[in-house]
Design a protein around this ligand. Structure first.
Ligand code: TMP
Length: 209
């Protein structure tokens, strides 16, 4: 795999991104690829503190724009302190969620203008774009059933109604449709090992040479 590849994983809650990230890491490391596995929001100690603020259900309102700004603040900390240094030394970064999640959740889900998100993305990314994005797609009811079965207290997103996640899922599919050269879309209802094999093969095919 080309050194310095930046791979992002996306999908609604319960899609299996964490399981896929773990399996991909093992499979690619076996092939000698230097992998840094991380997530958003979070990924560094400071960005994880922003994550806690944005996910914790609290009494004080967090408006959609404020929520988006926190996502981008965490992202810039993560890019500056972890992602860019890793890519610069030639590692491949596997990141559980990135700016497509902001488009899907804050844009389609909460109604923040996509233009504003794109504007902040260009500022915060400073030229960096994912080399490839794996979208784990599944019906909202299946994802929510999986997510609710495994978690204790729901976070600020998990309490949202089904219609919110339908908008999130539809937005992800639109993004994938608009950029087929970047996205690899997989049916997340398939067995985890099968998904990992297919994702690894697709990534190696696209990001080698
Ligand atoms: P996770 O459960 O996959 O770790 O993600 C935490 C939540 O954060 C998830 O509900 C999606 C949400 N999120 C956004 O709303 N916008 C973003 O930009 C990111 C990265 C995550």
């Amino acid at each position: 795999m080309t050194p310095g590849s930046f791979i992002t994983l996306e999908g609604i809650e319960g899609a299996g991104k964490s399981t896929l990230a773990a399996a991909l890491t093992v499979m690619l490391e076996r092939r000698g690829v230097d992998i840094v596995r991380t997530r958003e929001p979070g990924g560094t100690p400071l960005a994880e503190r922003v994550r806690a603020v944005v996910l914790e259900p609290g009494a004080e309102a967090l408006t959609p724009v404020a929520e988006m700004l926190l996502m981008f603040a965490a992202r810039r900390i993560h890019l500056d302190n972890l992602v860019r240094p890793a890519l610069a030394r030639g590692a491949c970064v596997i990141c559980d969620r990135f700016t497509d999640a902001t488009r899907a959740y804050q844009g389609a889900g909460r109604g923040v203008a996509m233009q504003l998100i794109d504007h902040l993305a260009s500022l915060v990314h400073d030229g960096l774009q994912p080399s490839a994005t794996v979208l784990l797609d599944l019906p909202v009811a299946d994802g929510l059933a999986r997510a609710r079965a495994r978690r204790g207290e729901p976070d600020r997103f998990e309490v949202e109604e089904t219609a919110f996640f339908e908008r999130v899922r539809a937005c992800y599919l639109e993004l994938a449709h608009a950029e087929p050269e970047r996205f690899i879309v997989l049916d997340a209802r398939r067995p985890p090992q099968e998904l990992a094999d297919e994702a690894a093969n697709a990534l190696l095919a696209r990001l080698s040479g």
